[in-house]
Write a new protein. Structure first.
Length: 470
């Protein structure tokens, strides 16, 4: 019979780990499911192994993740590694595959803690071999000790400084950082300087990284526009405008990054309500302070509920766990409130600098509105011009666009083109992103074999009518 637990958590990043640990402390039985072979998510990827061998390179903020992994040792937590979640039926039945075989679990509550995705940065040449995201460069370094050579980092956001500093620490400093934020963006952000000062540790960390880059001789070019990756069969360089000048830099690798956006794929498959966030230029699920969505049994924690960073993600995971424990009668409301007060104070402190960061490092406008010849859907090779052409033919939303040209129908199922397609259609039709909508997400959420689907009909997984999940 399908196993039954109090709480199923999808994603073992900082939010999922903190949620599992807090829930177990409150007495809940927990199953934590993650696609990777080890806990940590993107920010703490391979933390159990890499913290000891590469902790000095990756930094103190990375090593902090070891304490979250330690919380998974509670006997109430079952951690399923290398598991691909591909179907969820309401909140109670989660289907996933491990080594090609399907399994299922039922739970009273579900927490989606799948974190964030790097925002796609479609610009001329971004599909050339040798172009990666900054996050991909981090994955190579954390998980495989592979270092990008002769790299230029392009875009905006503090992650560019961190990745550049990490490359310096391993003796492969990047050629340059080409930044798209402007002085106007900084002046606009200065209206939130009070919050930035409350979150002074983030400012201090950023200044420390910039000092490290200056000492390593890494060049910085700010207010870049008209960015183009050069090359024929692979990357040979990058061209951009800065002021009245056009600059060209030779390089073998280009690392793109202009922010991250919530990974909403699972939540959308369950019809959770999503709204467009104008400040962060993306969709996010509508949740309350506990992470509860419009569906009572479904919670969303961490960056999947709105970008806040690793520490905020962990705190949101704790908040969700406390509310679920109260829901299920395992802690009294007064005890939940007392524990939550301390978490809430930390959340306010950790979130204080976020408005300043969001405004100081906005996404690159040239990638939000790419030129007609730039591919935006890499899976199906659909260009921005084709999307705009669909609008002229009467296409109002991404789901209609599938019929016109298959955008969003490839292996990534719209994960990396969805927000771009929405933005392009919204602007072309003079509508808001909320009015335009997003791709409709259906199972399977990840590619699966027919054998994995057939496993669902195994008599061992049939539920009984008196199953407590009903």
């Amino acid at each position: 019979m399908t196993p039954f637990v109090d709480l199923a958590i999808i994603g073992a990043g900082p939010s999922g780990m903190a949620c599992a640990s807090q829930a177990a402390e409150c007495g809940l039985s927990v199953i934590l499911i993650d696609e990777q072979a080890s806990a940590g998510g993107q920010i703490y990827r391979d933390i159990e192994r890499a913290a000891d061998t590469r902790g000095d390179i990756l930094g103190k903020d990375y090593v902090i993740g070891k304490s979250l992994v330690a919380g998974l040792q509670d006997e109430r937590v079952k951690f399923v590694r290398g598991a691909k979640v591909w179907q969820i039926e309401t909140a109670s039945r989660v289907t996933f595959s491990v080594e090609g075989r399907s399994q299922a679990v039922r739970a009273r509550r579900l927490v989606i803690a799948t974190g964030a995705l790097e925002r796609p940065m479609p610009l001329p040449g971004w599909t050339l071999p040798g172009v990666l995201t900054a996050g991909a460069a981090q994955i190579l370094l954390k998980q495989s000790s592979i270092v990008c050579r002769d790299a230029v980092l392009v875009g905006s956001g503090p992650l560019l400084y961190l990745v550049a500093a990490q490359l310096c620490r391993v003796g492969r400093p990047p050629i340059a950082i080409v930044e798209t934020q402007t002085l106007t963006d900084l002046l606009r952000a200065s209206r939130n300087i009070g919050g930035a000062l409350v979150g002074w540790r983030y400012l201090l960390k950023g200044l420390g990284l910039l000092r490290e880059l200056r000492a390593a001789g890494v060049r910085r070019y700010r207010s870049a526009r008209e960015i183009e990756v050069l090359g024929d069969q692979s990357v040979s360089g990058i061209r951009f405008s800065q002021g009245s000048q056009t600059r060209e830099l030779q390089c073998q690798t280009v690392l793109l990054h202009h922010g991250v956006i919530p990974n909403t794929q699972i939540a959308r498959s369950l019809d959770v309500t999503h709204l467009w966030d104008d400040r962060q230029e993306c969709f996010r699920p509508e949740v309350d302070e506990w992470g509860r969505s419009n569906i009572d049994t479904i919670f969303i924690a961490g960056d999947g509920a709105g970008i806040g960073g690793a520490k905020v993600a962990a705190l949101r995971g704790q908040m969700a766990a406390l509310e679920i424990a109260k829901d299920l009668g395992l802690i009294a409301e007064s005890k939940r409130a007392a524990k939550a007060d301390a978490v809430r104070k930390n959340l306010i402190k950790e979130n204080a600098a976020r408005p300043f960061i969001d405004l100081a490092y906005p996404p690159f406008r040239g990638a939000l509105q790419p030129s007609d010849d730039v591919i935006v859907c890499r899976c199906e090779e659909v260009t921005a011009g084709e999307i705009r052409g669909y609008a002229k033919l009467g296409c109002l939303g991404p789901n209609q666009a599938k019929a016109f040209g298959r955008s969003g129908m490839g292996p990534c199922q719209g994960r990396y083109c969805g927000t771009t397609v929405t933005r392009l259609l919204a602007d072309a039709n003079d509508r808001t992103p909320d009015e335009t909508g997003y791709f409709r997400i259906r199972a399977p959420l990840k590619p699966v074999s027919l054998g994995e689907v057939a496993d669902l009909h195994n008599p061992d997984y049939e539920e009984k009518e008196d199953d407590p999940a009903y």
